[in-house]
Design a protein around this ligand. Sequence first.
Ligand SMILES: [Zn+2]
Length: 383
Amino acid sequence: MQPPEPQPTGQPTAPELTDRLAWTREGAYLVAPGVYRIPLPLPFDGLKAVNVYAIEASDGLVMIDSGWVLDVTKEQLERSLARIGAALGDIRRFLITHIHRDHYTQAIALRKTFGTKIALGADEKHSLDALLGQDVRAMAAQAQRLIAAGAQPLISQMTEAGFQHPPADNGYAEPDEWIANGQSFDLGTRTLEAIATPGHTRGHVVFADRAAGVLFAGDHILPQITPSIGFEAAPPPLPLHDFLESLLLVRQMPDLTLLPAHGPVAPSVHARIDELLDHHDDRLRAIAAVLTDGQRTAYEVALAIPWTSQGRKLGELDLINQILAVGETGYHLDLLVARGIASAQLADEIRLYQLAGPTSGEQARTEPTNAGPVSTGPVSLPR
Ligand SMILES: [Zn+2]
């Protein structure tokens, strides 16, 4: 239904890698009538780019997400907009999927020059308040989680890398508008519906254009990687539970074309959600299996299970990905506890997990759990 994306030209040197990263190439790619995908660079080795989307509105452009506030991203956005005959000053409004730096901060900077309006999901206020506190609270919640995970080696590395001392001007500011769940945005040319999808962050929203058959999915549904969970200044108690619920919520909508914030456009939101549900099902099983050997911290579990599609060991990941991995393992363990499969106890600030049953947790499998409608089985999810 949508026009295919232009294929990159030139002779690829490493075909597989090039194909996987083809989506990061600079440009403005038509992905639906009046909708352009614009990749912008990121200062990471792993995650190379973020997609922002320019949508033709009756009075200019509306952008989904904005990129990281860096000179190179601003210049690339400028060049990419020029390809479609537009300029930064034509952007009327930024609709931001979530608070992470690569999505939100460039909008803040551009607002200073152009007065562009910015809207952000209402439940991001928790983390924004912490980030605007101008002290160490921004990373304190994540540091506390690492302590509870028993990940002292990572905390030492974080301190050395200056993670706990963010600059006072960290690029964050209040949006002009907080987006409510179900809110619709009339662009003159089309209507976008905001749907709250907590999990990746607490106030994450996706934007559906049902008439055009597309979903601006932010980081909620990514085609090539699984989104990190609850990596934010003020995480909720069970972000993985929230994330799985949000996947099921979008799975119940009509299937749409996936317009992700990282990765290429994909034909089916539903197909990718099914894969993500399977992935977390597998992870919960693998993590529960580690506990059959006895009491473990989240860090110990993270050291015991494979990471990435290449099956890497935790120590082979870079620091930020180790932190994300340990955090996510903790959230998986907390979900197992909420489902009655595991239990946890605190010892010297460290959370120790074990299976809830005498040996195998069999007994717990028949007990009701308090984690809501996702918990229809031990570690399996509705397909
Ligand atoms: Zn992102």
